[in-house]
Ligand binder design. Structure first.
Ligand code: SF4
Length: 123
Protein backbone atom coordinates (compact mmCIF):
# COMPACT_ATOMS: atom_id res chain seq x y z
CA UNK A 1 0.00 0.00 0.00
CA UNK A 2 2.78 2.38 0.93
CA UNK A 3 4.43 1.52 -2.39
CA UNK A 4 1.25 2.37 -4.31
CA UNK A 5 0.91 5.70 -2.52
CA UNK A 6 4.54 6.43 -3.25
CA UNK A 7 4.02 5.63 -6.95
CA UNK A 8 0.95 7.86 -7.08
CA UNK A 9 2.85 10.68 -5.40
CA UNK A 10 5.72 10.30 -7.84
CA UNK A 11 3.25 10.43 -10.72
CA UNK A 12 1.65 13.55 -9.25
CA UNK A 13 5.03 15.21 -8.73
CA UNK A 14 6.10 14.38 -12.29
CA UNK A 15 2.85 15.86 -13.58
CA UNK A 16 3.43 19.06 -11.60
CA UNK A 17 7.02 19.29 -12.89
CA UNK A 18 5.82 18.80 -16.46
CA UNK A 19 3.15 21.51 -16.09
CA UNK A 20 5.65 23.87 -14.49
CA UNK A 21 8.07 23.34 -17.38
CA UNK A 22 5.31 24.04 -19.90
CA UNK A 23 4.36 27.27 -18.12
CA UNK A 24 8.04 28.30 -17.88
CA UNK A 25 8.45 27.67 -21.61
CA UNK A 26 5.40 29.82 -22.41
CA UNK A 27 6.72 32.63 -20.20
CA UNK A 28 10.12 32.33 -21.88
CA UNK A 29 8.57 32.59 -25.35
CA UNK A 30 6.35 35.49 -24.31
CA UNK A 31 9.19 37.48 -22.72
CA UNK A 32 11.60 36.88 -25.58
CA UNK A 33 8.90 37.93 -28.07
CA UNK A 34 8.29 41.18 -26.18
CA UNK A 35 12.04 41.83 -26.05
CA UNK A 36 12.42 41.20 -29.78
CA UNK A 37 9.46 43.44 -30.60
CA UNK A 38 11.04 46.25 -28.58
CA UNK A 39 14.53 45.62 -29.94
CA UNK A 40 13.52 45.47 -33.61
CA UNK A 41 11.72 48.82 -33.38
CA UNK A 42 14.68 50.49 -31.67
CA UNK A 43 17.07 48.91 -34.14
CA UNK A 44 14.99 50.16 -37.05
CA UNK A 45 15.08 53.74 -35.76
CA UNK A 46 18.88 53.73 -35.65
CA UNK A 47 19.72 51.40 -38.56
CA UNK A 48 17.12 52.05 -41.26
CA UNK A 49 19.58 51.94 -44.15
CA UNK A 50 21.23 48.74 -43.01
CA UNK A 51 17.85 47.10 -42.50
CA UNK A 52 16.55 48.07 -45.94
CA UNK A 53 19.76 46.75 -47.39
CA UNK A 54 19.51 43.41 -45.57
CA UNK A 55 15.89 43.07 -46.69
CA UNK A 56 17.17 42.71 -50.26
CA UNK A 57 18.71 39.39 -49.22
CA UNK A 58 15.41 38.05 -47.88
CA UNK A 59 14.22 35.03 -49.80
CA UNK A 60 11.12 32.90 -49.78
CA UNK A 61 7.56 33.89 -49.07
CA UNK A 62 5.23 34.33 -46.18
CA UNK A 63 3.42 31.03 -45.66
CA UNK A 64 0.56 32.86 -43.93
CA UNK A 65 0.82 30.75 -40.81
CA UNK A 66 0.07 33.88 -38.76
CA UNK A 67 2.34 32.81 -35.94
CA UNK A 68 4.41 35.99 -35.98
CA UNK A 69 1.16 37.94 -35.57
CA UNK A 70 0.64 36.31 -32.21
CA UNK A 71 4.19 35.81 -30.97
CA UNK A 72 3.41 37.66 -27.74
CA UNK A 73 -0.13 39.05 -27.82
CA UNK A 74 -2.47 38.05 -30.62
CA UNK A 75 -2.88 40.94 -33.04
CA UNK A 76 -6.43 42.29 -33.12
CA UNK A 77 -6.27 42.41 -36.93
CA UNK A 78 -5.43 38.75 -37.35
CA UNK A 79 -8.05 36.47 -38.87
CA UNK A 80 -7.94 33.13 -40.66
CA UNK A 81 -9.67 32.13 -43.87
CA UNK A 82 -11.56 28.87 -44.38
CA UNK A 83 -8.31 27.15 -45.37
CA UNK A 84 -6.64 28.12 -42.11
CA UNK A 85 -4.41 30.73 -43.71
CA UNK A 86 -3.89 33.98 -41.88
CA UNK A 87 -5.55 37.14 -43.08
CA UNK A 88 -4.62 40.62 -41.98
CA UNK A 89 -7.74 42.78 -41.71
CA UNK A 90 -5.64 45.90 -42.35
CA UNK A 91 -3.25 44.38 -44.89
CA UNK A 92 -3.16 47.49 -47.10
CA UNK A 93 -2.31 49.72 -44.17
CA UNK A 94 -0.49 47.29 -41.96
CA UNK A 95 2.26 48.69 -39.75
CA UNK A 96 5.71 48.94 -41.26
CA UNK A 97 7.18 46.65 -38.61
CA UNK A 98 4.81 43.89 -39.75
CA UNK A 99 5.77 44.30 -43.41
CA UNK A 100 9.46 44.18 -42.56
CA UNK A 101 9.35 40.96 -40.52
CA UNK A 102 11.90 39.37 -40.57
CA UNK A 103 14.21 42.16 -41.72
CA UNK A 104 17.46 40.22 -41.22
CA UNK A 105 18.69 36.85 -39.95
CA UNK A 106 18.48 38.01 -36.33
CA UNK A 107 14.99 39.40 -36.63
CA UNK A 108 13.06 36.20 -35.95
CA UNK A 109 11.05 35.19 -32.96
CA UNK A 110 13.38 32.38 -31.98
CA UNK A 111 10.66 29.74 -31.73
CA UNK A 112 9.37 30.63 -35.22
CA UNK A 113 12.61 30.80 -37.17
CA UNK A 114 12.62 27.16 -38.36
CA UNK A 115 9.07 27.31 -39.71
CA UNK A 116 8.93 30.82 -41.19
CA UNK A 117 8.75 30.91 -44.98
CA UNK A 118 11.27 33.74 -45.19
CA UNK A 119 14.95 32.84 -45.19
CA UNK A 120 18.22 34.68 -45.57
CA UNK A 121 20.80 33.56 -48.08
CA UNK A 122 23.40 32.49 -45.53
CA UNK A 123 21.05 30.12 -43.73
S1 SF4 B 1 5.95 33.48 -39.25
FE1 SF4 B 1 6.82 33.85 -41.31
S2 SF4 B 1 5.56 32.54 -42.66
FE2 SF4 B 1 4.42 32.76 -40.73
S3 SF4 B 1 3.05 34.53 -41.06
FE3 SF4 B 1 4.94 35.30 -40.11
S4 SF4 B 1 6.22 35.94 -41.84
FE4 SF4 B 1 4.63 34.59 -42.67
Amino acid sequence: MAELISKLETKKINHIIQKTQQVAQKIDIFCSAILLQTWRRMNYIFNKQEIHSSLKRRQGNCLRCGRCCQASFKCQHLEYDKNGLSLCKVYDQKPLMCSLYPYNEDDYFFHLKPTCGYKYDDE
